[in-house]
Design a protein around this ligand. Structure first.
Ligand code: NAD
Ligand code: HSO
Ligand code: ZN
Length: 439
């Protein structure tokens, strides 16, 4: 039988470093996109609006009438929105709002000695730029994920960017504008890809776009590369690039559900990754047959096939579920699904994943829209060290120090001695000044 997903036999596992090099990854990654993207970023920085318009003509096949979207267009899009889509967006917004509010860390206060207090309060950044993809598909759900998280953090100034659409007169997609209106956002720009990220990070005087403090949002490999390039100027969230799904399933799993979930994420992008890790060769065969059928029937069949047959997608055979957890951790997937006889035992072995979906009733596409979790998640192995988007992305912990005279006296000698040891005696004198006669 010819396989859609290539097979990778890891029934005997090498050490972690070798394992990481063997894992399926896309041929075109962020690193490979950097040189071309650096040119696009530089061009927007130097020529502003003119460069944005040229990039829209080149990549989005349309010349936007105005890069800054008129407020009337944003509000008008909500008026024209189909009621069932408005209801669905409101459901998603309500759930993500509750989930995001729960992510805001409480302030803390510690008394180190009588009268010696250090507090920690969480301050939002002032202004953020949120990217909403719109190339191969349009993503009003990403408006929800970005904006609701920023609002939960208390960010005062929010700008949204999304590619100009040829079918909509050079405006972003109307559902994206409607989602912005629903969330009270009226600063929206018709710009996409690397140019949009550069414009948000550096500002564009000609269109009244002030530089932001934090840029977030998902996108294709060019968007992810641009975020890496501007990360010296602004804070960025994870490189939430082409979608990945890794499913760990054993003989107990339903092959149709596994196949449906692999295909669902493959429809995002030719560079999307769909990986099944299993200890059961029979399940591997059943999933592959179901994937072949579903991939042929789905509307984006060509894109799905390209993603599934690309070198980034595979069925990995392992000896047991402990080995499956090791493979998954080495990969650090954006989305990890657990479909086994004892998911909680497996979950206890997992360390690295953007988000984890447990059991047959929690598919990734639930999290994409309406679980209450955030769908903007790290790809390319970044989940090993970076979190997904959330309220915390827009917050900074700030320390507030309060000491009274007695509390300062208790550490007076220690501070003065350390200041002297560092050759910074004025630091010690600033302490001693508090204890001079007149005070
Ligand atoms: N990881 C996550 O959290 C997450 C969430 C949602 C979507 N995604 C991913 O977002 C991506 C969306 O991609 P998309 O393409 O549909 O929309 P997009 O908005 O990310 O990309 C479209 C833009 O890419 C730029 N572009 C296109 N071709 C280019 C080229 N050859 N060189 C330079 N720039 C070019 C253009 O500026 C265009 O406006 C998908 O890969 C999807 O998997 C990821
Ligand atoms: N699966 C994507 C995250 O990688 C998010 C998404 C939005 N719409 C559909 N899916
Ligand atoms: Zn998705």
């Amino acid at each position: 039988m010819e396989h859609v997903l290539r097979r990778l036999d890891l029934t005997s596992l090498p050490d972690d470093r070798t394992l990481r090099a063997l894992l399926p990854r896309p041929a075109v990654d962020v690193e490979a996109a950097l040189p071309a993207v650096a040119e696009l970023v530089r061009d927007v920085r130097e020529r502003g609006e003119a460069a944005l318009v040229e990039q829209a003509e080149r990549f989005d096949r349309v010349r936007p009438a105005a890069v800054r979207v008129p407020v009337a267009e944003i509000r008008g899009a909500l008026v024209s929105l189909a009621p069932e889509v408005r209801d669905a967006l409101e459901t998603a917004i309500a759930r993500v709002r509750v989930g995001s509010a729960a992510q805001v860390p409480p302030p803390s206060r510690v008394e180190l000695a009588p009268g010696a207090v250090v507090e920690l309060r969480w301050q939002p950044v002032d202004r953020v730029g949120l990217y909403v993809p719109g190339g191969k598909a349009v993503y009003p759900s990403s408006v929800v994920m970005n904006v609701v998280a920023a609002q939960a953090a208390g960010v005062a100034s929010i700008a949204v960017a999304s590619p100009a659409q040829a079918e909509h007169g050079g405006l972003p997609h109307p559902t994206i504008l409607a989602a912005c209106a629903l969330l009270g956002i009226d600063e929206v720009y018709a710009m996409g890809g690397a140019g949009a990220i550069a414009a948000l990070a550096h500002g564009v005087a000609g269109i009244g776009l002030d530089a932001v403090d934090v840029v977030t949002g998902p996108g294709n490999v060019f968007v992810a590369a641009a975020k890496r390039l501007v990360s010296g100027v602004v804070r960025v969230d994870s490189e939430a690039g082409p979608t990945e799904i890794l499913v760990i399933a054993d003989a107990s799993a339903d092959a149709e559900l596994v196949a449906a979930d692999l295909v669902s994420q493959a429809e995002h992008d030719e560079l999307a990754s769909a990986v099944l890790v299993t200890d059961d060769a029979g399940l591997a065969d059943r999933v592959d047959a179901a994937v072949a059928r579903r991939a042929a029937e789905t509307p984006a069949a060509e894109r799905v096939r390209a993603a599934l047959t690309g070198e980034q997608s595979a069925i990995v055979l392992v000896a047991d579920l402990a080995a499956a957890a090791r493979v998954s951790d080495a990969y650090a997937p954006e989305h990890l699904e657990l479909l086994t006889a004892d998911d909680d035992a497996l979950l206890a072995r997992i360390h690295h994943a953007g988000a984890i979906f447990v059991g047959p009733h929690a598919p990734v596409s639930l999290g994409d829209y309406a679980a209450g979790s955030n769908h903007v998640l790290p790809t390319g192995g970044q989940a090993r060290r970076v979190a997904g988007l959330g309220a915390a992305t827009f917050l900074r912990p700030q320390q507030v120090v309060r000491y009274d005279r007695e509390a300062l006296a208790e550490v007076r000698a220690a501070v003065t001695a350390l200041a002297a040891a560092e050759g910074l005696p004025a630091h010690g004198e600033a302490i001693e000044a508090r204890f001079e006669e007149a005070r």
